[in-house]
Structures are given as C-alpha cells and as structure tokens.
Design a binder for this molecule. Sequence first.
Ligand code: UD1
Ligand code: CA
Length: 458
Amino acid sequence: MRADIVILAAGQGSRMKSSLPKVLHAVAGKPMLEHVINTAQKAQQALGEGKIHVVIGHGADQVKAKLGHYDLNWVEQTEQLGTGHAVQQTVPGCAGADVVLVLYGDVPLIQTSTLKALLSETKEDQLGLLTINLPNPMGYGRIVRDGQGSVKAIVEQKDASEEQLLIDEVNTGIMAIPGSKLQNWVMGLGNNNAQQEYYLTDVVEKAVSEGCTVTHVQPEKSTEVEGVNSRIQLAELERAHQKELATELMISGVTLIDPARLDIRGDVKVGRDVLIDINVVLEGNVEIGDNVTIEPGCIIRNSTIAAGSIIKANSLLEEAEVSAACEIGPYARLRPGAKLEEKARVGNFVEIKKSIIGVGSKVNHLTYIGDAEVGEGVNIGAGTVTCNYDGVNKHKTTIGDGAFIGTNSSLVAPVNIGAGATTGAGSTIAKDLEDNQLGVARARQRNIDGWQRPVKKS
Ligand code: UD1
Ligand code: CA
C-alpha cells in the first residue's frame, strides 16, 4: 500500500503578527513544521511506501532556508486560497497513492501512533477524520452529524449557525483521503463561504453525497491536535507539552523539584535517581547519567554528563563532555569542546573551552582555560589564564600530571608545563617548564623603609 502524506504549511498565520512564517515558530525548541516532518517520516517508515509533500507559500524562502535539507517533495502554493486549494497543488504528486494523509504544519504534536490508528480504522475508499471533543471548541471547524449519528459535514467557525457553534466535537484538520477519490473531490471544491476560501473540509459533504462512509478516530491526548494560530496558543501548547515531557522524566525515575520549572528543548536522555532543581533548561542532545544532580538555574546544551556528577547553580554547559563524579560550578561556563575526566572540579567563574581537564584535576576559581590539555591531579590556582590567542591564531597549552599552577599565572601559548612542575603566583609563563621545575616570572619585591604616604593638599 502506498500512503502519501501531505503537510499544509503555506498559510500566512496573520494572527501571529510576525515576519517569521507561522510554521517556523518553535515548540520545545523546534520549528512546528519540523515536528510534523519528523512525525511524518516516522509514520512513513512504519507504513512502508509513500511520498511526503509539503505545501509552502507564505515565506517559502524562509521555510526552505530552514528546513530545505529534508529530502521531501516541496510544493509551492503561490496564492493562499485555502486548505482545499493547498491540497490541490499536491494532486499531481499524489497520483498513484492508495491513501493520502493530510497533516497541518501548525498542528505540531501529532503522534505516529494516532496516524497509524487513523489509517488502520479507515478502510479502502472511506474518508477518515481525526476528531476530538474540546471543552472550548472556539475557532475550530465543527463536526455535524445527522439523526443517526453519521458525520454529515464540517462547518467552519465563521460559517456555523448558533446551534452548530454549540457542537464540541471538532475537526483536527487531519484526514485520510482515498487516493482514488482525491482528484475528483479536491479539484471540484468551491469557495462559496464566509472566507471565500477553498475549504478542504468540504470533501466531507462530497464523500457523503457519494455514499462513501466517513470514519472517525480520536487521538489519545488533546495536545496532539491543538493548532497554533496565535502566540497565546503557542505559549499554551508549549506549557502543555513541557508538562508531558516532565511527566515522562518523572515516570522514568527522575526527581523534579518543580516539573513546571524545567524546560526541555531537544532530545534528552536522563538516567535514574537524577535530581533536577528549578529553572533548568535542557537543549539539543543531552545525556545525563544516573545519580546526577543539577542545581537551580543551569542551562545544558548538547552535552553529556556521566553518573554521579553535580552541576551547581547557574552553570552553563555547551557541547561539553563531563565524566563521572565531577563537580562543576556554581557559575561555571563550559564551552564547546570542554572535556572533563573523572572527578575533575571546575569552580565558580571559570570558563573552559576546547580543553581536556584530566582525572581529579581542579580549576576552582576565576580562570580561563582554552585550547589546553591538562593532565591528572593538576591544581590550577585562582585567576589563571591560558593566553591562547595572539590576535590571529590560537595556540595550545599543555600541563603535565601533578603540576601546580600558582595563583594569577598567565600561560602564554604555545607553552608546555612539565609533569610535577610549579609556577609561582603572578607569573607570566612564556617558556616551557621541564618536569618538576619551578617557573617564577615576576618582578622581584623591593621593600622601602620609612615610606611616607602622600598627604592631602590644604
Ligand atoms: C483548519 C480547518 C478547521 C480545523 C482547523 C484545525 C479548514 C477550512 N479548516 O482551520 O476545520 O478545525 O484547521 O486546526 O480546513 N494553509 C495552506 N494554504 C492555505 C491555507 C492554509 O497551506 O491556502 C495551511 C496553513 O499553513 C496551516 C493549515 O493549512 O498550516 C491550516 O490553515 P489555517 O488557516 O490555520 O486553518 P484553520 O482556520 O485553523
Ligand atoms: Ca490553524
């Protein structure tokens, strides 16, 4: 069976009041349209054969720039004359499909399982609708049934009578159309309605008039079919989705001090007995091992944190790799390429970029380590700076096992500090140190007897 998927994403989304096309606004850190594309791709893998067609129009260039790398059939709808008109643009591409599943770029959280249920309930030559009963159906098309309870039509909010507005079963927009009927039903749509648009929803009346059965399926969760037309709905869906993500984490054995104050914007894997305190943001691909603690206010982006490590308050980790039993922060910044080996410690106001910090080494206060390789058991004093940039090129610093870097040392790269070597506090180290050497590079202290301090002029 060939099931094609059509994703409608050409509309302007005027209620967003934005120069960004609506479908590029993000839910959980990902453009709404990308959520739908990812789900469509998963569904397709499960269903077998078929093509994915994405209808774009308003802001098509921006949409293509952001998501054009997906290998899909991108179809342009140059004038946005309604959902039915949008599907018309895909009719040639859908030729030969047994069934065509229509999804919406502004209904981002639809799940593969629901799409599979809709397709398996919709038998050959039937029209399948995904509907839902909502406590507040405002804005959605209403499902109108006849005396026997069979679906008769979908009426848009703007075209509905007082009586029809009371119906709380609504059209989610998602439907399965038999491939054999697509051309006939969709090309024959009119625009005689309040908005003078070609409504896809009018295919229901066509199906009914031809004696075709209209099947309907409901999703498991209402968030799956909530559409975003305004920034208010965007924020509501974001909160509802974050609540679901937090719930999943708690079910898998994570303690959240307040599930309403965690934000997940990406793919997150979290081990057991992890504790996440308030106001934490997890972004991109994040992996957190067992027994990790994350204190309030941390942002963790595309990073891994191995078992038993603790990330203290207000730390920012970005493309960093933290091994087991490390201690980071408070107020630490790990930038891309920071790699901490086991039991390493990085304290307050320390920035680490593209550097390895060896097993058990400590960088506890007010320090910048960039483009460096730090061995095991090294102690780096407060205020140490690797001077890695000469204004044109970056240079490397290596520090051997067991070295002791005195407070306020400037390490002018490229430079090697041998194993067990020591630098004197306040030194500017521009020459290599052999193993176990002491390097002191600062002006000698001069003491002056009977020094008279300046006095105020009268
Ligand atoms: C649509 C349905 C409504 C349903 C609701 C569910 C119709 C006529 N109405 O209304 O029954 O309850 O979705 O969320 O179908 N689009 C295009 N080209 C166009 C117009 C729209 O691609 O010319 C796309 C939009 O980008 C959007 C989707 O189709 O992704 C839905 O359009 P929108 O204008 O938001 O329809 P609704 O008024 O929400
Ligand atoms: Ca909509």
